[in-house]
Design a protein around this ligand. Structure first.
Ligand SMILES: *Cc1c(COP(=O)(O)O)cnc(C)c1O
Length: 357
């Protein structure tokens, strides 16, 4: 704390990202990164990048990537917005759309960054409880609001919301913006991008950090009606004209163009997830139905923090949220088959789990 801090900053509680350990001998299943490398096309594109170009500023519109994504999703370029990670895209969207007199609605359990942005931008919000099975119950989102945001599939539960329910929500809320954060949609969710042409109140965000194995480059996107995109551009151009650097754009374009690799990696993670879910259930875990690259699990007789500690001592990093209602759970990122086998074998060696098959 310093007297020089702005008053609003003194009470901020920043987002806590999952640990990025300095030592490399850990199996990292704590921040939903992809266990596979980016497409070989990314490697080629970066290796043949002419370093000389770096003396110039990048294209402020990242047009090459806009074009590639527009084509990929069958949209026009003015329906695409890009930012330095989807966290930045979300921050700009909160600034552009959610500073309203009515509260923003969000699930009581969802990506915790949303509340941090509300604090930062002084946006009022209301949390809607999850249903008893931990799914998002969009029928509850019926009060007057200054916008609605949720992740689909949700984080950290991994549970998806059916597209039909999102469409019904959009119809009931024609006067407010609905932001669907699809960070994990490529692992089995249904994307709402197809609804953009019919619902000018829909904004969808994506990230290259999870399904495209490019967390280290920070690339995020939003898709929506051209007027929404224009709103985001206004805020972006009032904040940072060049959010994406040349290397990020180069890599991202190469990634989008190699669809076969992308689909293969997503499919592999889905199939590893399904075998991991089976193995965890055999060990007695409750596993929420995940359409993501992670599973949210709890054991009826071992606490979440005990399990996290037990795994950590054996060089396996998983995420534990020390929050009422969530503290029984662990969020485990899906790694390679070999990494998940190590996880399962390690759990088998837990005194309270040994003997379970
Ligand atoms: C990981 C994640 C993000 C952030 O993605 P970046 O592009 O890496 O900033 C946004 N929303 C959710 C729900 C996430 O899990």
């Amino acid at each position: 704390m310093s007297k020089f801090w702005s008053p609003a900053i003194q009470s901020l509680v920043p987002y806590t990202p999952g640990e990025q350990p300095k030592v490399l001998d850990l199996i990292k299943l704590n921040t939903n990164e992809n266990p596979y490398p980016p497409s070989p096309a990314v490697n080629e594109a970066l290796c043949s990048f002419a370093i000389e170009r770096l003396r110039l500023y990048p294209d402020p519109d990242s047009s090459q990537l806009k074009q590639a994504l527009a084509q990929y999703h069958q949209l026009s370029e003015d329906q695409v917005f890009l930012g330095n990670g989807s966290d930045e895209v979300l921050a700009l969207a909160f600034m552009a759309f959610f500073r309203q007199s009515k509260p923003l609605l969000m699930p009581a359990v969802t990506y915790s960054f949303y509340q941090v942005y509300c604090d930062l931008f002084q946006i009022q919000f209301r949390c809607e409880p999850l249903a008893d099975d931990f799914s998002i119950d969009l029928s509850r989102y019926s009060e007057q609001n200054g916008g609605i945001i949720f992740a689909n599939p949700n984080a950290p539960t991994g549970i998806p919301v059916p597209l039909t329910e999102i469409e019904a929500l959009l119809q009931r809320n024609r006067d407010s913006l609905v932001l669907v954060d699809e960070a994990y949609v490529d692992f089995g969710g249904e994307s709402a991008i197809g609804l953009i042409d019919r619902y000018p109140n829909l904004l969808v965000t994506h990230t290259f950090s999870k399904s495209r194995s490019l967390a280290g480059l920070r690339i995020g996107a939003a898709f929506g009606h051209p007027e929404l995109i224009a709103g985001l551009e206004r805020v972006k151009n009032s904040f940072n004209s060049y959010p994406l650097d040349m290397l990020a754009v180069t890599a991202a374009v190469a990634s989008v163009q190699d669809d076969a690799y992308f689909r293969d990696i997503c499919q592999r993670i889905i199939s590893t997830r399904e075998s991991t879910v089976c193995a965890l259930k055999q060990l007695g875990f409750d596993v929420l139905p995940s359409a993501s690259n992670f599973v949210f699990v709890r054991h009826p007789s071992i606490t979440g923090s005990d399990l996290m500690q037990f795994l950590r001592e054996r060089k396996l990093l998983v995420r534990h949220f020390n929050r009422p209602g969530l503290d029984a759970f662990l969020r485990i990122t899906i790694g390679t088959d070999a990494e998940m086998q190590t996880l399962i074998d390690t759990l088998h060696s837990h005194p309270q789990l040994a003997g379970n098959h």
